[in-house]
Design a protein around this ligand. Structure first.
Ligand code: CAA
Length: 380
């Protein structure tokens, strides 16, 4: 057993860290305030090969795995969680299922474009009445000749505004029981009848795009099916096993930023004639934050390692996601408390970190859903 990153992972971590510190650090607050990510950032991500990190080399990607993606996402999210989630969704919720479940023709058509970031990907599962209970989705895809015709509404679509292609989960068999009548279908955003809603005004990760997407008589060829007909729910769940590792990595990055900000502030801020870092009350907070971050990272690495070995990691990714996202919120709360009133203003980044951390316990399966998944694993 070896807890050190190997040479390849160390190189990719250093590359991601340099990118985050040189390109994102000065922009993170701007991204939050303007509610979009600068296009220069996307271009730099193309230059560095980040969009294609987990796409196989034969389709133009870097051919790396979930461990590499986790390492990169921790570094990016430590500095800008909006950029972090954009990349996480692109790689783990769109690139990964295409690579794993799609036909060779789809792979050849889309993976090279996804690898360069020419096209950004999105994942359309959630609907107004199907959130945690994803299998209740109502968007329909009826077969008409050689096409699927899709009708319905998806919400909270990350990358909705910026994407060029989306994986849409739709009901293809109304008679089958909930989860058994769903298929995964690839839909280019420029298809007639696809309408992207206005950007959501969010509490945090404001630089990332989140929108509603409406499908009105949207016609795509049946060959755009990803995975088996009526086998889409398993594609969705398997994909989320990977996506949740991404959000757990995001959580570790945000938590680390909180610890770093709180440590720095506590050494600078003096009260009662001494830096507040000299008080045990502050030291205990820093100790708890640091320990939870370390434990979260180990859970993330274990889940990513299993997934890279092509082993089922449903329970492990849910554990990593639950614990790491709780850690991010714990650390954000403690960091803000250490900053006192100053942390409640936008003069310090902990105010943004506090807002960014909150979503990690909600998207890609709320903490409550992770508990369902973990408990099912324990009881099985
Ligand atoms: N891998 C492969 N197959 C899986 C699986 C997995 N991880 N999990 C479940 N399945 C299979 C089951 O084996 C079952 O198949 P069989 O009937 O053949 O045995 C089938 O899928 C149905 O599974 P369940 O009975 O467990 O389904 P359920 O309806 O009870 O749902 C749930 C379980 C865990 C609550 C699930 O609905 C869930 O994860 N909900 C949360 C959804 C979610 O995370 N949404 C986030 C959307 S993305 C987002 O946040 C926005 C963004 O863009 C970032």
């Amino acid at each position: 057993m070896d807890f050190e990153l190997n040479e390849e992972l160390t190189l990719v971590r250093d590359m991601a860290r340099d990118f985050a510190e040189n390109e994102l650090a000065a922009r993170a607050t701007k991204h939050d305030r303007q509610s979009f990510i600068d296009k220069e950032v996307f271009a730099k991500m193309t230059e560095l090969g980040l969009w294609g990190l987990t796409i196989p080399e034969k389709y133009g990607g870097a051919g790396m795995g979930n461990l590499a993606l986790s390492v990169v996402l921790e570094e990016l999210n430590r500095v800008c969680a909006s950029t972090g989630v954009t990349l996480s969704v692109h790689n783990s919720l769109l690139g990964a299922p295409i690579n794993k479940f799609a036909s060779e023709a789809i792979k050849k058509e889309w993976l090279p474009r996804l690898a360069t970031g020419e096209v950004i990907g999105a994942y359309c599962l959630t609907e107004p009445n199907a959130g945690s209970d994803a299998a209740s989705l109502r968007t329909s895809a009826r077969v008409d000749g050689d096409d699927f015709v899709i009708d319905g509404t998806k919400i909270w679509v990350t990358n909705g505004g910026t994407c060029g292609v989306m994986l849409v989960y739709a009901r293809t068999d109304n008679d089958a029981s909930k989860a058994k009548g769903i298929s995964a279908i690839l839909v280019p955003k420029n298809t007639k009848g696809v309408k992207v809603g206005a950007p959501e005004k969010k509490c945090g990760i404001r630089g990332s795009s989140t929108t509603e997407v409406l499908f009105d008589n949207v016609r795509v060829p049946k060959s755009n099916l990803v995975g088996e007909l009526n086998g889409g729910f398993k594609v969705a769940m398997d994909t989320l096993d990977g996506g949740r590792i991404g959000i757990a990595s995001q959580s570790v990055g945000i938590a680390r930023a909180c610890l770093e900000a709180a440590t720095k502030y506590s050494k600078e801020r003096e009260q009662f004639g001494t830096p507040i870092s000299n008080f045990q009350a502050i030291q205990w907070k820093l100790a708890d934050m640091s320990t939870r971050i370390e434990a979260s990272r180990l859970l993330v690495m274990k889940a990513a390692w299993l997934r890279d070995k092509q082993e089922r990691c449903t329970q492990e990714s849910a554990q990593a996601k639950m614990f790491a996202s709780q850690t991010a919120n714990f650390c954000a709360d403690e960091a803000l408390q250490i900053h006192g009133g100053a942390g409640y203003t936008d003069h310090f980044i902990v105010e943004r970190l506090f807002r960014d951390a909150r979503i990690t316990e909600i998207y890609e399966g709320a903490t409550d859903v992770q508990r369902i998944v973990i408990a099912r694993g324990v009881l099985a």
